[in-house]
Every structure is written in structure tokens, then in C-alpha cells.
Design a protein around this ligand. Structure first.
Ligand code: FE2
Length: 386
């Protein structure tokens, strides 16, 4: 059961407009910078999300459709090996062409074609592509958060200290309801984990399966900046016994002494942000606790009804490596490359952040990054036996 064409059309307009709103505060020059291989220029995000709809919907659904520019397939394919050759990810910031204006024109042309398709094509023609369109909307929402994290990284390297703020017209992207002190207990036992029902989910959120959990407790809030300052003051960054071996190597190599973008004047009550998995793990050990398993996080989020208190401010590193659930089946066809091929060497994060679009947060959602990644809005929540 998917979305109706009216829902797809409304969703398409909303998501595409939200992307434009995120880019609106930026200057042309901001949009073409690539500050590191993992972070892409805003211009690339604007084009790549458009390429997704052009490649996987318009070109497949409409035999007469001609790409806006045949060369964009090479420039704006991210990692779909099955779809063709790709421009190297680390070189996305070397391109002055196509210009931002040309990319904006690309977006307009694809929008026009896709909206006409949804409005005018026979239902039997739209139906086989409804899932790909819905996936494209969730895909673009993922890139909306990356637009924020990637421009934040670029600005952080600029001696003029430009600041990127989420546009005020992007409603519902702030806030962290229900956080407080103390712990929330869970009795453990057999619990069902993974997506169920008719709503959208990525393939990696299923299949639903049963796991056993020992009784456990999770903190009612993520770890705060004040907590983290205590960790720094106590020598957390200079005590190798707190760290995993790979983590200590990274700490030494990059001379980590605090989270990325750390400043002494950060709000002490806000969740600590921009830490790697290794830092989260070291902090938990220092605190006499541990990181949650992803199943614990999900079980408590589901059983507390309105979601886990304090969730949605920062993505929360878990102790779980990103792997397939029992019986996992990747999306069919080219979308099989979307999630499944990244199931090694990455750790799962749960929750969502203040830059995650509303409607993109689910209790079963599995975000994943390399354990040394710090430019995402990543924090942690402690776990312990009940
Ligand atoms: Fe993508």
C-alpha cells in the first residue's frame, strides 16, 4: 500500500520546496565549496536529488523523455554502480560547471516534468513508479540533513566564521520534548524489532523479528555539553584505557581534545553533538555505563508510546554495528544498492536530529556512519542494566 498520486504530488512539492528553503540563505560561492571528501557541495545535493527523480522515474516511466543534459548522469550519480560510471566523490568541489543557475534550471525542468507526470499520466502508468517516487522523497529528505551538516563543515573552516542557521520557515525542525533526569527502565524479555505496517520504511528496517533483551535502562536524556565538559576536565581525552584501540589511534592522529566545533560557550544543557562513535564509547566507559544496543533503543521508544524522551535533538550512537536483520531482503533492482551494500564497518545511530525533516523520524529508523565520523549531528545516550 503506497501513497495516492495526490499524496505523491503534494509530498513532492513540499519536499522539493523544503530543499530550496535550506539553500536560500546561501550565496552562490557557498554552494560550490567541498570542504572534505565526505561533505558535498550544496550545488551537488541540489543536482543529485534531481538526478534521482530523472533517472529512476522520468526516464523509466516516459519513453519520450529526454534528459535535461546527458552528461549529468556521470556528474550526479552518487554510488549506484549498476547505473553507470560516476565522477569521484572527493572531486565534487572542483567543478565550476554546471553553474548553480544551471542546476536550479535542471531542478525546475525535472519538477515540471514530474509534476505533469503525476497530474496527467493514466493511473496505470503512474502506479508502477509510485514507490520509486516515494523513495525519492525520503532520499531527498536525507540529503536535506546533509546539506546542513556539509555547509556547517565548510563554514567551520572559514576564518570569517560564517554561520548557517536553519531557515525559520522550516517548521518543526527544532525541539526535544520530554527530556529530563534519571533513567527509564525496560523489563526486557522477548520483543519484536523492525518495521511493521503499511507506512514507508527503508529495506534495512525489516524484516520484523524477535529478539531477547535482558532488563535494561536508558537515560531519560542524551548526554549534555556540561556532562561532556566534565569528561574533558577529568582527562577523558588523555586516558587510553577508556578508548577502543581504533578510537585511540584516531584520537592521536587527529589530536581530538573535544567534539568537533566545540566552544566553551555552548549551551551546557543542550545535548553534546559532533562526536564520533569512539568518543561516545569512551565517554560511556568513563561514566560507568555503556551505549545502548539498537534493539534496546527501539524497544523503549516503542513501549513509551510517544517516542523516547529527549530523542530528536541529536542522532544517538548505539553499540550496534550496522548489519542485516535476519531474513533481510534489499529493495529490488537498482535500489538494492541503496542501503544493503554499506553493511560493514559502520555503526548504527538512532533517533534523529534538529536538522532531520519532520516526518523522517521513525522509531525503527537505522542511520549509519563510519565510527570516526564527527560532522553529523551525532551524540549519545547512556545505557545500563536495570
Ligand atoms: Fe543520495
Amino acid at each position: 500500500v503506497g501513497l495516492s498520486r495526490e499524496q505523491l504530488l503534494a509530498g513532492y512539492r513540499q519536499v522539493r520546496a523544503a530543499t530550496e528553503a535550506l539553500a536560500a540563505p546561501l550565496a552562490i560561492e557557498d554552494m560550490v565549496v567541498q570542504s572534505m571528501p565526505d561533505a558535498s557541495p550544496t550545488r551537488w545535493h541540489l543536482a543529485h536529488t534531481t538526478w534521482f527523480f530523472e533517472t529512476f522515474i522520468l526516464q523509466r516511466a516516459l519513453p519520450a523523455y529526454r534528459p535535461v543534459d546527458e552528461r549529468y548522469a556521470y556528474l550526479f550519480n552518487s554510488y549506484y554502480v549498476g547505473v553507470g560510471e560516476r565522477h569521484p566523490q572527493a572531486q565534487r568541489g572542483l567543478l565550476s560547471r554546471p553553474t548553480v543557475a544551471q542546476v536550479r534550471d535542471y531542478r525546475r525542468q525535472v519538477d515540471h516534468a514530474l509534476e505533469r507526470f503525476l497530474a496527467d499520466a493514466p493511473t496505470a502508468t503512474v502506479a508502477p513508479h509510485a514507490f520509486a517516487i516515494e523513495l525519492g522523497l525520503h532520499h531527498e529528505q536525507q540529503h536535506q540533513e546533509l546539506i546542513v551538516t556539509d555547509i556547517t563543515h565548510a563554514f567551520s573552516l572559514n576564518p570569517l566564521s560564517p554561520h548557517y542557521s536553519l531557515p525559520p520557515q522550516v517548521e518543526g525542525w527544532q525541539g526535544s520534548p520530554g527530556r529530563g533526569d534519571g533513567w527509564i527502565d525496560h523489563p526486557g524479555g522477548l520483543v519484536d524489532i523492525g518495521h511493521a505496517g503499511d507506512g514507508f520504511a527503508f529495506d534495512n528496517e525489516g524484516p520484523r523479528h524477535r529478539v531477547h533483551l535482558d532488563p535494561f535502562a536508558l537515560a531519560r536524556s542524551p548526554v549534555t555539553n556540561a556532562d561532556w565538559q566534565a569528561f574533558i576536565t577529568a582527562g577523558g581525552y588523555t586516558t587510553p584505557s577508556l578508548w577502543l584501540s581504533d578510537g585511540w589511534d584516531q584520537r592521536v592522529r587527529h589530536d581530538w581534545r573535544a567534539p568537533l566545533y566545540w566552544r566553551p560557550d555552548l549551551d551546557p544543557t543542550a545535548a553534546v553533538c559532533h562526536i564520533s562513535y569512539y568518543e561516545a564509547d569512551a565517554y560511556a566507559r568513563w561514566a560507568g555505563a555503556r551505549l545502548p544496543r539498537e534493539e534496546e533503543w527501539e524497544a523503549l521508544a516503542v513501549s513509551s508510546g510517544a517516542g523516547l524522551p529527549g530523542a530528536g535533538e541529536v542522532w544517538e550512537w548505539t553499540a550496534s554495528s550496522y548489519a542485516a536483520y535476519p531474513g533481510y531482503r534489499p529493495f529490488a533492482g537498482d535500489f538494492g544498492e541503496y542501503n544493503g551494500k554499506f553493511m560493514s564497518n559502520r555503526m548504527v545511530l538512532r533517533g534523529g536530529s534538529r536538522a532531520t525533516p519532520p516526518g523522517h523520524i521513525r522509531s525503527t529508523y537505522r542511520n549509519f556512519f563510519m565510527p570516526d565520523a564527527r560532522w553529523q549531528l551525532s551524540g549519545l545516550r547512556l545505557a545500563r542494566p536495570a
